[in-house]
Design a protein around this ligand. Structure first.
Ligand code: ADP
Ligand code: MG
Length: 681
């Protein structure tokens, strides 16, 4: 009987299968031909031999040579996946997704089957997956469940030159497991030539160089510094567009972030409209981390004949993604970079000049398929005298609390002697330990507590995880995970079109009735949407981004699953706003601030002047005491996502952190207590 069933199934499926294959065949064959034109292809056999011969191999090759897309496929073809998965880490989410999509096409399989990706809150893999692209942060988290990475036969730490925090920690961890897993192959791949450093770190691992094809790039500098680089970039792009043959090549402009890219897109659209019909079409393609997936693919589509593409990208196009056909690069010379002050524990994202290494990577993007041109919107003097040679690794300029919690959960206690390629400042490590102790994640001996173990289950910053764990006590886990999910989506919840700003603002303020604070407002938004059975129409009516809400729902679902894992019951306490605010305080008590006479605020520990962000629902109300989610530095140091607080809660919830005299309302000057005692800037 079974064979009959099989036969029937086969008959049924045959036409669809046959149709599929014949339809995609030519495209598929074309992809196979393209694979063979990549610089890495000529080294396929040598590379496989080198991997066979050595446990650890450092691989260096220019961006676009085929490292990320080809090496995992070569290994698969050579049979490595019979012994376990091949994991390939990427510093950026977009790169992990887009590369996985590309490789699945090249292999002719459905994304998520043999080839998949895993990024925070989004797992697109299955039982079948053998090539797994993931963010470096996700592989770090996999160590928690599988400390020897037993499921993997090869781990490729890709884009190693980016030196993200997670990549740097991974170096230490994979180096360690390679010692007791001789069958595990370790590949460290990088786009730049400082490979010696990687080789030294991995006990003189051999370096495999993939010679790239590089065409000459003509570099142009401005005569004087540009006051408005955004405008200068647009003018330069339009100049190229109207004076150069369109078939001749596309343009890539580097901006610092989404906002800048959106502004540039708008201006470009406006100005090209005025150019008349004689000028060829200019196709504008933005690319940044939060760009919806369906729009990301657009940058890879071949430019139609007679038109020109201009790609507006963040740093992501520096080395993570290769866009074919770029001939002109416009480089304003800036990027957004995290900086961290270990004294105050404050982290900010600042627009900063790039390094020489970055500038050269950017220029190199124009010379991949033919001679290119790079227009630097700064002077040659700036380049030679003002830019640093290399970007400081993230580990030396970031808050380490999250990483320290992860390492502690992995049983790594002696952090000062962890095998860092470049150690973080001792002060930053201490600050992280201090915070985790204050949150109750570590005890006095620096050991993980039960609270800490639960916190580590959540792929969130420790303060958010603590807020969730604390919600058990206040019996409001249901509300708190909604708030956590909404906070994780970020600032893109509200939709504020230029011509309807007043309407949008009114809609937004509706959720703030009663000055409930931003956290509760986020909760109200989520609950109201849920009540409409997640209706899209409701989002339109309330000027809320549907996409962000769907993402929040996804994240919330996952947090709900994690609650179950740490055995916290899902409990709703929606009428008791005070309980909810107390749970928030239990995570965010280090972020408290008190109003000053002039309407500014002073953070309670490590006093610093800050302001309520103008988009906050409390921007007018100015409560005496607040707790904030994060600080962002734009024109001023702003607190974003603010909720009113009763000062006694601080002493009630965090007695080890605050004393009565910290929160007394008298005007007398207080000395900051504890470590980090310092000037009252
Ligand atoms: P490397 O990792 O060495 O920088 P990649 O393997 O990422 O190189 O890229 C090799 C080639 O694959 C690129 O030149 C590009 O043509 C193509 N490619 C990579 N990603 C994509 C994508 N998402 N869509 C279309 N083509 C892609
Ligand atoms: Mg790559």
């Amino acid at each position: 009987k079974e064979s009959v069933m099989d036969g029937v199934n086969f008959e049924d499926e045959l036409p669809a299968e046959a149709l599929d294959k014949s339809m995609v065949k030519s495209a598929f064959e074309k992809l196979q031909e393209d694979r063979k034109t990549l610089p890495i292809y000529a080294y396929r056999d040598d590379l496989l031999q080198a991997i066979d011969d050595h446990q650890v191999l450092v691989i260096v090759g220019e961006t676009g040579s085929g490292k990320t897309t080809q090496i995992p496929q070569y290994l698969h073809e050579a049979g490595y996946t019979k012994r376990g998965k091949i994991g390939c880490t990427q510093p950026r989410r977009v790169a992990a997704m887009s590369v996985a999509a590309r490789v699945s096409q090249e292999m002719g399989v459905k994304l998520g089957h043999e080839v998949g990706y895993s990024i925070r809150f989004e797992d697109c893999t299955s039982e079948k997956t053998v090539l797994k692209y993931m963010t470096d942060g996700m592989l770090l988290r996999e160590f928690l469940g599988e400390p020897d990475l037993a499921g993997y036969s090869v781990v490729m730490v890709d884009e190693a030159h980016e030196r993200t925090l997670s990549t740097d920690i991974l170096f230490g961890l994979v180096k360690d497991i390679a010692r007791f897993r001789p069958d595990l192959k370790l590949l460290i791949s990088s786009a730049t030539l400082d490979a010696e450093k990687f080789s030294d770190y991995f006990d003189s691992a051999p370096i495999f160089k993939i010679p790239g094809r590089r065409f000459p790039v003509e570099v142009h500098y401005t005569k004087a510094p540009e006051a408005d680089y955004l405008d200068a970039a647009i003018v330069t792009a339009l100049q190229i567009h109207v004076t150069q043959q369109p078939g001749d090549g596309d343009i890539l402009i580097f901006f610092t972030g989404q906002e800048e890219i959106e502004t540039a897109e708008e201006i470009l659209k406006h100005r090209t409209r005025g150019l008349g019909t004689k000028i060829p079409e200019l196709i504008i393609c933005p690319i940044y981390a939060n760009l919806p997936t369906e729009l990301q693919a657009k940058i890879f589509e071949p430019t139609p004949e007679g038109a020109r593409k201009v790609v507006l990208a963040t740093n992501i196009a520096e080395t993570s993604l290769t866009i074919d056909g770029i001939k002109y690069v416009i480089d304003p010379g800036f990027c957004k970079m995290k900086s961290y002050n270990p004294r105050t524990g404050m982290e900010s994202l600042l627009v900063t000049p790039i390094s020489k290494a970055s500038a050269n990577q950017r220029a190199g993007r124009s010379g991949r398929t033919g001679p290119g041109k790079c227009f630097r919107l700064y002077t040659a003097y700036n380049y030679y005298n003002d830019l640093d040679d290399n970007t400081v690794p993230e580990i030396q300029r970031t808050n380490l609390a999250n990483v320290v919690l992860t390492l502690k959960s992995l049983g790594i206690h002696d952090l000062l002697n962890f095998d860092f390629m470049d150690p973080p400042p001792a002060e930053a490590l201490l600050k992280a330990l201090e915070l985790l102790f204050a949150l109750g994640a570590l005890n006095k001996l620096g050991e993980l507590t039960k609270v800490g173990r639960r916190m580590a289950e959540f792929p969130l910053d420790p303060m958010l995880s603590k807020m969730i764990v604390a919600s058990e006590k206040y019996q409001c886990s249901d509300e708190i995970i909604s708030i956590a999910a909404m906070l994780s989506v970020g600032s893109s919840i509200f939709y504020r079109p230029k011509d309807k700003q007043v309407h949008a603002d009114t809609a937004r303020m509706n959720f703030h009735t009663g000055n409930v604070g931003d956290h509760i407002a986020l909760l109200k938004i989520y609950s109201s949407w849920k009540e409409t059975n997640y209706a899209t129409q409701w989002c339109y009516e309330n000027y809320i981004q549907v996409r962000s809400m769907k993402r929040a729902r996804d994240i919330r679902d996952q947090l709900e699953g994690l609650l179950e894992r740490v055995e916290i019951e899902l409990m709703s306490n929606s009428n008791d706003l005070e309980a909810i605010k107390k749970a928030i305080t239990a995570g965010f008590f280090p972020h408290s601030a008190r109003m000053q006479k002039n309407g500014s605020y002073r953070t309670v520990k490590h006093p610093q002047t800050v302001y309520i962000h103008p988009t906050s629902g409390l921007a007018q109300a100015l409560p005496r005491w607040v707790i904030y989610h994060e600080l962002v530095l734009t024109t001023k140091e702003y607190m974003r996502q603010v909720t009113e607080l009763k000062p006694d809660w601080l002493v009630e919830i965090a007695p080890h952190y605050y004393q009565m005299k910290d929160v007394e309302d008298s005007g007398s000057k207080k000395m900051p207590r504890g470590v980090g005692r310092a000037s009252q800037d």
